[in-house]
Ligand binder design. Sequence first.
Ligand SMILES: *[C@@H]1O[C@H](CO)[C@@H](O)[C@H](O)[C@H]1NC(C)=O
Ligand SMILES: *[C@@H]1O[C@H](CO)[C@@H](O)[C@H](O)[C@H]1NC(C)=O
Ligand SMILES: *[C@@H]1O[C@H](CO)[C@@H](O)[C@H](O)[C@H]1NC(C)=O
Ligand SMILES: *[C@@H]1O[C@H](CO)[C@@H](O)[C@H](O)[C@H]1NC(C)=O
Ligand SMILES: *[C@@H]1O[C@H](CO)[C@@H](O)[C@H](O)[C@H]1NC(C)=O
Length: 403
Amino acid sequence: MGSSLVVLFVCLVFLLVSLPRVLAQQTFFDVTKYGGVGDGITENVKAFTDAWTVACQNNGGGVVLFPPGVYLLSPLVLNGKCKGPIGVQIEGTLLARVEKEYSVDIDHWITFKYVDNFVINGGGSLNGQGPSAWPYNDCKKNPHCKRLPGSLRLDYVTNARINHITSINSKNFHIGLFASHDITISSINISAPANSPNTDGIHLGLSQNIQILDAAIATGDDCISFSTGTNNVNISGVQCGPGHGISIGSLGKIVGDNVSFVDIRNCTFFGTQNGVRIKTWAPSEPGIVSHITFEQIQVDQVENPVIIDQQYCPSRTCDPEVYSRVQIEEVQFSNIWGTSITQNVVNLKCSKTTPCQKIGLNDINLTYSGREGPGQSTCSNAHVRISGRQNPPACTGKDKALG
Ligand SMILES: *[C@@H]1O[C@H](CO)[C@@H](O)[C@H](O)[C@H]1NC(C)=O
Ligand SMILES: *[C@@H]1O[C@H](CO)[C@@H](O)[C@H](O)[C@H]1NC(C)=O
Ligand SMILES: *[C@@H]1O[C@H](CO)[C@@H](O)[C@H](O)[C@H]1NC(C)=O
Ligand SMILES: *[C@@H]1O[C@H](CO)[C@@H](O)[C@H](O)[C@H]1NC(C)=O
Ligand SMILES: *[C@@H]1O[C@H](CO)[C@@H](O)[C@H](O)[C@H]1NC(C)=O
């Protein structure tokens, strides 16, 4: 009798100890059990949708699994809300369709919408098959162009992590966040050729509380770009290049185009068009860019290492007398070093009607070795506070700082 009591007690203890682990264990929904085939030829939209629906409706949550293999996948939208935490573990490759003649009316390849408590991981990759579609991107010439679909899109997604994923050759943006918050993107690798159009690495719009950590991003456009309504963003350990660098903006197209509380540190830029950039349209609507820190930034053979451009108008005719109405203030450029391939190594081109306020230049060491002479730091319409060592001397280029 006594011994069976002991056995009962031991069993009870075992149950109590293991129960939380059983509850925390993820339930996997393997797409190949839902008709998915990783042969690179079979369409997997239905398998993915079916596995997602079951995982999403599973009490306690679920993870859709793509085992190793190549899964051809047409564009799809996967919706929440789910009954528990939901994940997609990609161990294989998701392969977009080749677009011979681009005509399909879709915005993105893989969209997750209204999903909370979400993880995408697995060490696998997304292949957007960009080369098949890039020739049909005429957005440089045609302002009413139909945009090609970006690869991964999160719309109204909250509390999500994207990690250990590779994205190659997206047709448009690789990863786009819209109206999403509390998102961490880490240990990811994004790549597309230097001459591929609009293949931004990560685009943030109307999103808050975002962390981007440890990423290698090689693209034909911005490494990371920010559009309106994006704040509380921390970025660190990102290697950009080739591409256009990290860009806040272009802002000012609509009223109240604001971006604030952004911290970008410990990032490197190799052979990019820009290093760290803030750009606003001219003319523009009023807006605010504030509390931005760029710190511990290394550039190597970069065209414009540090740039604020408040007269951005690449595809329109820019009137040099018309200025942006976006207020840029409280921006810190700190501990920025390396080499530039143009003479204007620091170029703060602020608005005459809305000058930049409280811009900090601290410990800048940017070298240029061209025939025209050493690098220059130019500041126009900018109230600049200078501290630390400055090479070249801060704001001594042809336009003088306002002080
Ligand atoms: C990223 O992926 C590309 C394409 O698969 C590869 O060539 C490159 O070496 C990877 N970079 C890193 C840092 O893993
Ligand atoms: C960004 O970093 C700061 C300072 O470490 C921290 O207080 C803040 O919570 C971070 N924000 C996000 C969204 O991670
Ligand atoms: C800086 O980023 C690199 C990756 O580029 C990472 O290995 C390193 O740990 C980071 N250092 C700090 C101090 O965060
Ligand atoms: C942008 O900031 C201004 C000033 O703080 C504020 O009045 C405006 O509502 C903001 N716009 C948006 C869209 O948040
Ligand atoms: C600036 O960088 C150059 C080489 O990039 C280096 O030789 C020099 O010592 C640095 N100057 C300071 C003040 O750090």
